[in-house]
Each structure stands twice: as structure tokens, then as C-alpha cells.
Design a binder for this molecule. Structure first.
Ligand code: GLC
Length: 749
């Protein structure tokens, strides 16, 4: 092995007989490791990471007996003569390292048993159809390691001993724990160790498989069917540090429009204008706060994107204007599949300009989606994204406030797209096999950037398919769940892992999309949905309708209570998005993120936190009216009764149907709004600060909630100090926006 390193540079190039490894230090806690394929001089362009993330970092290289070691202030990386790499934290404590085939002991020095050795030598994997030139790596795991992240995968919070695939998949069957892949590919995992933590982002868009200690509990493997081994290693004391680094690389969710955090009502489909107007009337009649109605595919003429079905929506602009006066916004669905129909302008123009994917012979590639025969815009190309973005004028002109991107895995009804369908990676011809996992990513980017050009407002885009980094452009939902208790239970770890994978704005279809909901399940789902960032009730055609008032008075009363609670807590949610900008931390957090050294939190699947002050322990079992709640160390207050409870153990909480057990941390300041039927200008009239006994400091953020004026300083940032004895001091740290008309302080006794 020969290495090249120039003093003052942040790159070390290590040449082996058959390959080159490039270590590129991004900052003191993050190093990119690239194994260059033969003939490659530099790493490939990343779809996930935009702009130069490298910070000036002092590094040192030391020659060792069997290789070299790179040092930053936070990481040590040892590269051995045989190509193995070991990762250590700043003091030299081993974190993880490569194991080669048949190797007897890892860099951790741990002896493997005979049986484990046999496993390591074993070829092939149940699901990994790994090609010959496959990318493959095997790295050690310690006994106490827990694994989190990986986006929207099904199952439990801690992914250790499970296996997942990264291949964006639209599978309409009920999502079970044994599903290997769903709609999103986020090849990012975090390992929480007894001491410290590390993260790995395998930036490769090809189909890949993570075997997280299932094959052997002493290691995990990562395989990809193509591309190169190109990953970012990051370390920190805790998961929070790793999330900060990962979102520093791949981006964070931009400040959302405030109303998007309100309640959304959807159905496949509200079929005509009358139905939509009636829905808005019912919201008023039943006193359900609501900010948005979603129009699913049937608003279009024959499912042709960017058109309106004029028979059922004769005057969309009038309808949207009238609804706007009632405080209701409209979001419309836009799928990628463009109907193959001559005379339809989007199709004609796309064909003329060669904007659609082609087969190997240069013919249009046609598959089937909602409109029947359809073609696929080639979103990897900048020009196509710009063209697509401009199409949204047709919707915005009518008054539409947000776009819901669906079917962008891309989905196809007539068999999967062949690997060799030609898609471009910018100006370079590529293929479906390589671009599949970034199709939804680039579609979201096209939509976000298109809306941004057409309007001053912060774009509101929802997407189903994603790759790492899509969080910069779109809010996500977890796709077609079912009205099943198992799916309500799954929503918690799934949203928590999405949040820890950068997707701070995410939700499930409240009530479940497929199958028929029961009143009890619906009520319990609202008690979870109300604390997840995207709060939308959506259901499938042919299933029992699930608007809040269809399940009797008692259900309606409880659902209303939780939607109202959401509206009260909106400033808290908004503050958490502000915090996310600064730190990358999600809004909805598993307890392990806040209390990672408390082992009881490592596998806690049915509780979560909103920020660091509110603990939510919903009932997710049919018929249950008591809930076993884990409260971490510290003092807590029951949100409903204000009873003081010492944490550090389990309690049995009363949880009749109208109670979702909720606890507030001592010293917390909860900012609240008076309940409103929707978000509007009056949001600045009054802020309520609910102050809990105990000491604490809280930051509250306020801006117009609509456009980008905050980037020019039009915002207020308040520092609120709770002295613990009833005394609250509020200082304005930044003043650039109008002040609240009134601030009411409520001291909890
Ligand atoms: C897909 C979406 C679902 C939508 C339906 C019709 O199944 O996931 O949300 O309602 O398509 O557009």
C-alpha cells in the first residue's frame, strides 16, 4: 500500500494493488471513505448532498506498523495493509471496523466462535441479489450496540438483527414487520454504543441490503448491486450528534408554513366541488379546526396531471377562493406518470423535447399507472425538472397551496420497469437500476423548486418516495397503511426512525388508508396523529369513510379535543422546527434520543417525545384503558391532572378512551395559542406560556409563518427563563417581526 497526503490537505489517497481508497475529511467528526472503482479518479456526484460541506479541519497522518492512521480532533481511522479499515473515537476507543471473509477476529480483537466463523465464510444472502461487481462491506458490532435510522422501514425502533433493502417499493399488501423495503431509501444507520455513537451514510443509489446482525450478531453487512463503496463515517457522544452531522450533510427540513402544521383532511377522493364544499361546511358545523383539504386523483380529467375535470370541478378557482375565505387551503395530488395521449399538451411537449424515459432503442418507455398507458418524466435532468416545475403554474393560478407527489418510486401497474430503461443523471445517460431510488427525490426537488419560482410562499410538497436528502424539498407520509392496530403501533417507531433519518416533517394516514376503521382505532390514531408533524386523515376508495363526525358523538368529542390540542400546541411544534434548523433534531423523538444512556429507552416502541419537554405514551391496543408508561429520570407533570410524578421507572396510567397519557418535564415552558378554527393573521394576537414548576430555559420563535422574510431577519426570538419559583423572565434576543398583542403566563402549581 502506498499513501499520498499533502500537509494541509484534507484528503488521503491510499493505493492498493487492485484499488484506491480515498479518505476525505469533511469536518472533525465526519470522514468520507470512497473505494474508487478501476478507472475512477474521484468519487461520484451525490444526489443527497448539495454544495460543499467540507470545513477546514486539521488532520494528521501517522505511519503505523501495519498501515496508517488518520487523526482529527474527534476521529481516528486506521487503514491496514490488507485494506481493512478501523474506526476509533478521539481517545482511541474502538468503534467498528471491517471484517474480511473468513476472518477469525475483527479489529475489535473479539474471538468469534466456530459457528460464527462458519457464518462469515458463508456465501450469499436470502434476499441480496448481489451482482458480481457488488459493493460489499462487513463491520463489527458489539454486544450492546443498538441500531437506528434507515428511514421508513417497518417493524421496531431498534433495527438490530433485522435485514432491510433499499429499493423504493410500492407494495399494496399490508405493511408487516417482515417487509424489507417500503417507498423510501435512506441508506443511513446509526449505532448507539455503550459509550459514544457513530453513523454511516452509504451514499449509493443502487439497490442495497443492510443485514444488521441477523446473519451474525457480531457484525453487520452492507451490499449494493452496483455503484461504488462510498460512505460517510460520523462520530459523536450521542445519537443527537450523529443526526446533527447527517442532516448537516444531506440537509434539513426548511421552516414550514405554519398552517401546514394544522389539521389536514383527505380521502381518495372527494369526487366533486359539492363534496369539497360540504366537507368544509361540516368542519365548521362540527367545530373541527382544519386548515387543508387534499384533492386526490379524481380532480383531474382522466388522471392527466395539471388538468381539472371540468364536469366535477367546473370552477376550481371559485371553489378555492370561497374555501380560502373559510380558512381552508387546497392541496392537489400530482403523480409522475403522464398519460400517453396525443393532443394532451404535457405529453406532446415532453415528447417533442425528449423529456421522457426511453427504452434502450430510443423509443418512449411506456408502462401503466392511473391514467392507463403513461410515460415517465426524466427528473434526473435539470432541464426536465425546470419544465416540470413550470407546469405547476396551472395549479397555483387556480389557488392551490401545496402539491402532493405520489407514485414516484416510480410505481407501475404493468410489471416493474426494466433495469435498462434510460434515465439521465443530469446530462449523463444512466438507467433505471441506478436512478430508481432517486426518482421521487428528483421529482420532489422539481416540484419544490418550481413552486419556489412561481410564488413567494414556502413551498409545501408532500412525497411518498425519497432518497436521503429529500427532506430539503418535501414532507413525507408513510404511504398506504391499513386501519389495523398493528399499523397504529408501527406508526411510532416508523415516524421516530424517519425523524432520526432527517425527515422531521412526516406523518401516517390517520385512521389508516386501506381497510375499514373502527371508532376506537380512529380515536386512538388521532391521539398519535395529533403529535406527529404531518397530521392528515386519509383513506382509500371503497373503505369506510373516516371523517371525524361519522362515528358518533363520543368519538367526535374526543377527536375534536385532540385536534384542538394540536392547534393549542402549534407554537411548540413551530419552535421545534426552528430548533431542527439549528440542530437537525427531529420534532417527534424516540426516548432513546433524549435519554440514550438509559437502557430502558433503547427498545421503547410505544412512547415518544415531542421535543424534549413533552412525553406522549398513547394507547395502541384495542380495549386498553390503562397504559404502562416509562418515565425517565427527573420530575414530570401529568398534562391533564397536573399531578407531579417522579420519573426513573414505570407507572400505570389511567387511559380511558379520551385520555392519551401525556407528561411535561419539570421546568418546561409550553407555548400555546388559543384554539382557532384555522391559522391566519390572528396567530399573533395572543401567546400563552404554560410554565411548569422547576428551572428551565426555553427559546420561542415567531415569524409570519408564510414566506422567506425570516431569512432577512423578520423574526423574533425570545429567551424565556423559568426560575422555578413562579418567576418567568422573557427577553427578546432578536426582534424583527411584530410583537404579540398579548402574552399570558399560566403557572402550573
Ligand atoms: C396511492 C397513494 C394514496 C392515494 C392513491 C390514489 O395509493 O399512496 O395515498 O390515495 O394512490 O391516488
Amino acid at each position: 500500500m502506498i499513501y499520498h497526503f499533502e500537509e494541509g490537505s484534507q484528503e488521503c489517497r491510499i493505493e492498493f494493488r487492485d484499488r484506491t481508497i480515498l479518505l476525505t475529511v469533511i469536518n472533525e467528526a465526519v470522514c468520507r471513505v470512497t473505494a474508487l472503482n478501476r478507472g475512477e479518479q474521484k468519487p461520484q456526484r451525490s444526489a443527497a448532498i448539495e454544495g460543499d460541506k467540507q470545513k477546514q479541519t486539521a488532520i494528521r497522518i501517522q505511519k503505523e506498523e501495519t498501515g496508517i492512521r488518520l487523526f482529527t480532533d474527534k476521529i481516528q481511522i486506521a487503514v491496514e495493509e490488507d485494506g481493512r479499515i478501523g474506526f476509533f473515537e478521539r481517545e482511541g476507543r474502538f468503534l467498528t471496523g471491517y471484517l474480511s471473509e473468513g476472518e477469525e477476529s475483527g479489529s475489535c480483537g473479539e474471538e468469534l466462535t466456530e459457528q460464527q466463523k462458519a457464518f462469515i465464510g458463508r456465501e450469499g444472502h436470502e434476499t441480496a441479489d448481489v451482482a458480481e461487481n457488488a459493493v460489499s462491506v462487513k463491520m463489527t458490532l458489539d454486544e450492546a450496540d443498538c441500531i437506528y435510522g434507515l428511514g421508513d422501514k417497518t417493524g421496531v425502533l431498534n433495527k438490530r438483527e433485522y435485514e432491510y433493502e433499499m429499493w423504493n417499493t410500492d407494495n399494496p399488501a399490508p405493511h408487516e414487520d417482515n417487509f424489507k423495503a417500503l417507498y423510501k431509501s435512506v441508506p443511513f444507520m446509526m449505532v448507539l454504543k455503550e459509550q459514544g455513537a457513530y453513523g454511516l451514510f452509504f451514499d449509493n443509489t443502487e439497490k442495497s441490503v443492510f443485514n444488521l446482525g441477523k446473519e451474525n450478531t457480531k457484525y453487520f453487512t452492507y451490499h449494493a448491486v452496483g455503484g461504488s463503496l462510498d460512505y460517510y463515517f460520523m462520530t459523536g457522544d450521542d445519537l443527537a450528534d450523529i443526526i446533527g452531522e447527517y442532516t448537516g450533510l444531506t440537509g434539513r427540513v426548511p421552516m414550514p408554513m405554519l398552517w401546514t402544521l394544522g389539521y389536514h383532511q383527505s380521502r381518495w377522493s372527494y369526487m366533486n366541488e359539492g363534496e369539497v364544499r360540504e366537507l368544509a361546511e361540516n368542519m365548521k358545523k362540527y367545530e373541527i379546526p382544519c386548515d387543508c383539504i387534499h384533492l386526490d386523483i379524481d380532480y383531474m380529467e382522466q388522471y392527466k396531471v395539471f388538468t381539472w375535470n371540468r364536469d366535477s370541478f367546473s370552477e376550481p378557482e371559485r371553489m378555492i377562493e370561497d374555501l380560502g375565505r373559510q380558512g381552508m387551503k387546497i392541496v392537489t395530488i400530482v403523480d409522475p406518470g403522464v398519460k400517453k395521449e396525443e393532443g394532451y399538451s404535457v405529453f406532446d411537449e415532453g415528447v417533442e423535447k425528449k423529456y421522457f424515459a426511453t427504452d434502450g432503442q430510443g423509443n418512449l418507455y411506456v408502462n401503466e399507472v392511473w391514467p392507463g398507458d403513461a410515460v415517465y418524466p426524466d427528473f434526473g435532468r435539470i432541464e426536465v425538472r425546470e419544465w416540470w416545475g413550470r407546469q405547476h403554474k396551472a395549479l397555483l393560478e387556480k389557488g392551490v397551496s401545496g402539491i402532493w407527489n405520489d407514485m414516484n418510486e416510480p410505481a407501475s401497474f404493468n410489471g416493474p420497469l426494466p433495469d435498462d430503461v434510460v434515465f439521465y443523471d443530469e446530462e449523463t445517460p444512466s438507467c433505471h437500476k441506478t436512478m430508481h431510488n432517486v426518482y421521487g427525490h428528483y421529482m420532489s426537488k422539481a416540484t419544490y423548486e418550481g413552486l419556489q419560482k412561481l410564488d413567494d410562499r414556502r413551498p409545501f410538497v408532500i412525497t411518498r418516495a425519497c432518497y436521503s436528502g429529500t427532506q430539503k424539498y418535501a414532507v413525507v407520509w408513510t404511504g398506504d397503511n391499513n386501519s389495523l392496530w398493528t399499523h397504529l403501533r408501527m406508526a411510532i417507531p416508523q415516524l421516530c426512525n424517519l425523524g432520526m433519518s432527517g425527515f422531521a416533517f412526516a406523518g401516517t394516514d390517520v385512521g389508516g388508508f386501506g381497510s375499514d376503521v373502527t371508532s376506537e382505532l380512529l380515536v386512538r390514531w388521532y391521539q398519535v396523529g395529533c403529535f406527529s408533524t404531518l397530521f392528515r386523515n386519509h383513506s382509500a376508495m371503497g373503505t369506510r369513510r373516516q371523517e371525524p363526525w361519522l362515528f358518533g358523538d363520543e368519538s367526535l368529542r374526543i377527536i375534536r379535543k385532540y385536534i384542538r390540542l394540536r392547534y393549542e400546541l402549534l407554537p411548540y411544534f413551530y419552535d421545534l422546527f426552528y430548533e431542527h434548523q439549528k440542530t437537525g433534531l427531529p420534532v417527534m423523538r424516540p426516548l432513546v434520543l433524549e435519554y440514550s444512556r438509559d437502557k430502558n429507552t433503547h427498545n421503547l416502541n410505544d412512547e415518544f417525545m415531542v421535543g424534549s419537554n413533552l412525553l406522549v405514551s398513547p394507547v395502541v391496543e384495542q380495549g386498553q384503558v390503562k397504559k404502562l408508561v416509562y418515565l425517565p429520570e427527573g420530575t414530570w407533570y401529568d398534562y391533564w391532572t397536573k399531578e407531579r410524578i417522579e420519573g426513573g421507572g414505570w407507572i400505570v396510567a389511567d387511559a380511558p378512551l379520551d385520555i392519551c397519557p401525556l407528561y411535561v418535564k419539570a421546568g418546561a415552558v409550553l407555548p400555546k395559542y388559543p384554539v382557532r378554527s384555522h391559522i391566519d393573521e390572528s396567530k399573533d394576537e395572543k401567546l400563552i406560556l404554560e410554565v411548569y414548576p422547576g428551572e428551565g430555559t426555553y427559546y420561542h420563535y415567531q415569524d409570519n409563518g408564510t414566506d422567506f422574510a425570516y431569512e432577512k431577519g423578520e423574526y423574533n426570538l425570545y429567551r424565556i427563563v423559568n426560575s422555578g419559583n413562579g418567576d418567568v423572565k422573557m427577553e427578546t434576543e432578536h426582534q424583527g417581526y411584530r410583537e404579540y398583542g398579548e402574552i399570558e403566563i399560566i403557572s402550573v402549581k
